[in-house]
Design a protein around this ligand. Structure first.
Ligand SMILES: C[S@@+](CC[C@H](N)C(=O)[O-])C[C@H]1O[C@@H](n2cnc3c(N)ncnc32)[C@H](O)[C@@H]1O
Length: 222
């Protein structure tokens, strides 16, 4: 059986898809993805006579392995935002399938898009995610990294806006008042917004219903 594909679709706008991702997607007969990922790739099938079978993912990840196993000889792609290897479905699917059954197509991560917007190198940064997960009780690695001058990227979600997340950091004795916050909303989309803030101003910077990535740094990056 052909391996199935896990394709990174980038931050979400069509022009940040890679050519390889487009080739794999247009040759797929079955596509599984969130409504957001499907929207990103819709344009690829606009003038096409053949349309793929599409399965929308909401929070029903547990259905994916079954769908993949039923694909028969059809070419199947699972779409994930950003890069598949960064806080994404690759880890989950790798628990259900052998490596030889999976082909990964890398994508541009939201981190890459954010750093590029600030003309910033990101090799010395630390990363963590509270997307769909709780902030860890022990954040000593982050505190140490920050004290050493590292920048810290954090993936947020709709339940944890930048202000409530910063409050949680404060409760864990993170020096929020010495921190500069850069908020990246809807990277790559027409309504992309990048906002610089201090801790005390964060509440006024919240954009509801937006994708958000946050960067903490000791001083302004730009
Ligand atoms: C499940 S994680 C997936 C990360 C993805 N694999 C990557 O490489 O960017 C989703 C989180 O990534 C961030 N994110 C993804 N796309 C974004 C965008 N276009 N603008 C801002 N943040 C984004 C948000 O923090 C969002 O909650």
């Amino acid at each position: 059986m052909l391996p199935f594909n896990i394709v990174g679709t980038g931050p979400g706008s069509w022009d940040l898809l890679t050519l390889k991702a487009c080739q794999i997607i247009t040759s797929s007969q079955i596509i599984i993805g969130s409504p957001r990922s499907i929207k990103t790739i819709e344009f690829l099938f606009q003038d096409s006579k053949t349309q793929p079978e599409i399965y929308f993912l909401q929070r029903n990840h547990e259905n994916i392995p079954g769908l993949i196993r039923q694909r028969g000889q059809k070419k199947l792609s699972v779409l994930v935002s950003g890069d598949p290897g960064f806080y994404s479905l690759l880890g989950y699917l790798a628990q259900h399938f052998e490596a030889r059954e999976i082909q990964v197509c890398p994508g541009i991560s939201s981190i890459q898009a954010a750093a590029a917007n600030l003309t910033m190198g990101w090799q010395n940064s630390l990363f963590f995610s509270v997307h769909g997960r709780e902030i860890p009780k022990d954040i000593s690695a982050i505190k140490t990294g920050f004290a050493q001058g590292k920048q810290i990227f954090v993936l947020l979600d709709s339940q944890k806006n930048p202000s409530c997340f910063a409050d949680m950091l404060k409760q864990r004795n993170f020096p929020v008042k010495q921190s500069h916050f850069t908020l990246f909303y809807n990277l790559g989309y027409e309504n992309q917004k990048i906002i610089h803030s201090t801790y005390s101003n964060l509440k006024s910077c919240i954009q509801e219903e937006s994708l958000c990535l946050m960067l903490l740094s000791k001083g302004t990056i730009i």
